[in-house]
Design a protein. Structure first.
Length: 337
């Protein structure tokens, strides 16, 4: 009969549980689904970033006593970012593992592991939606905490650069919307400088998107589209004026990820000298076993109730820092009259 002693098996070690949570079913989130962010492991809990002309880049490490990286002139501004620590826990009570056995098997470890994997999948889902929230903040330039309003980092304030905006004037029937799109593309390209890109996408609020597709010029364009475009749900994305426009759904604490009447327009497929335009840095977990090791996207560990052995606590954590290395490349467009 299974008991809490089963958790002493290797199947429930830090390595095994971490491997299990990383293999748990992926819950699609739009930013993750698009693969916008590169992922880089780091061995520390802080990231040193330098800024020059609106470009944020990581400062490379150098051997102690060796020759450091030369940044030259003009003088650049350096900032240290502490990596956010995201931890959640779940409990498995003794009664839940009582008489647990995998179907068709006498292996009690296998049965209990199925129960643990279900908890890990739930914890991973919570971590993923939190990471999505942090990443949309990096795209917008302001990374907020879980309440949706308390800033963790404001990239524009930190580095003294201004956000680019564009009034689309969608409330006026005579507005040349296509020309507005070209102006946004030019703003993005000016901020990119010599960096190449593969496309430009916009995450829109429902109100902004409704005003866009309801504008006379855009509606006139639909008359010449293929039948498939006219039949499908345009909220999932359509191209107009060289920009892929789509509705971005998501909210936290009653605060929408994308504010009403706004859209955030950004380039895709951009590579800088230090990596992707959008990059998530993963720091190691705060366990003795993981000190100074390259960070993983997620970790999991378990501990049995030390007093009465009534439950097992499953601990999960992620230590991500998503950044946009060129904040001015993201243009905040608004509907306006």
């Amino acid at each position: 009969m299974p008991t809490l002693d089963v958790f002493k098996a290797d199947a429930f070690s830090l390595t095994s549980l971490t491997a299990a949570i990383l293999k748990a079913p992926y819950q699609p989130r739009r930013i993750g689904q698009l693969g916008l962010f590169d992922e880089q492991p780091i061995t520390t809990t802080t990231v040193m970033v330098e800024e020059k002309d609106g470009l944020l880049t990581l400062i490379p490490t150098s051997p102690r006593g060796g020759v450091p990286d030369t940044i030259g002139k003009p003088k650049r501004t350096a900032r240290s970012f502490a990596v956010p620590h995201l931890a959640r826990e779940s409990h498995i009570n003794a009664d839940e593992v009582q008489n647990v056995r995998a179907f068709g098997s006498e292996n009690e470890v296998e049965g209990v592991q199925t129960l643990v994997n279900r908890q890990l999948s739930f914890l991973r889902s919570m971590q993923e939606v939190t990471l999505e929230h942090l990443r949309i903040g990096a795209i917008k330039g302001v990374i907020n905490d879980s309440d949706g309003t308390t800033p963790i980092y404001n990239l524009f304030t930190e580095f003294g650069v201004e956000q680019q905006t564009k009034s689309m004037v969608l409330g006026t029937t005579t507005t040349d919307v296509r020309a507005k799109c070209v102006e946004i593309i030019e703003q993005v390209e000016d901020a990119l400088g010599a960096a190449a890109y593969t496309g430009i996408r916009a995450f829109c609020s429902s109100a902004f998107f409704a005003a866009l597709i309801g504008h006379g010029e855009v509606k006139e364009t639909f008359k010449y589209q293929e039948g498939d475009v006219l039949r499908r749900d345009l909220r999932n994305g359509f191209v107009f004026g060289g920009i892929t426009w789509e509705v971005y759904r998501g909210s936290v604490g009653g605060v929408s990820f994308v504010e009403a009447d706004y859209a955030y327009v950004f380039p895709e497929g951009v590579l800088t000298e230090k990596g992707g335009l959008f990059t998530t840095y993963f720091a190691p977990a705060d366990f003795m076993e993981t000190v100074n090791s390259p960070g993983l996207p997620m970790y999991a560990k378990q501990a049995v109730d030390p007093e009465f052995q009534r439950f097992v606590k499953i601990h999960s954590q992620s230590n991500p820092l998503p950044l946009c290395l060129m904040p001015r490349t993201v243009v905040k467009a608004y509907k306006s009259s």
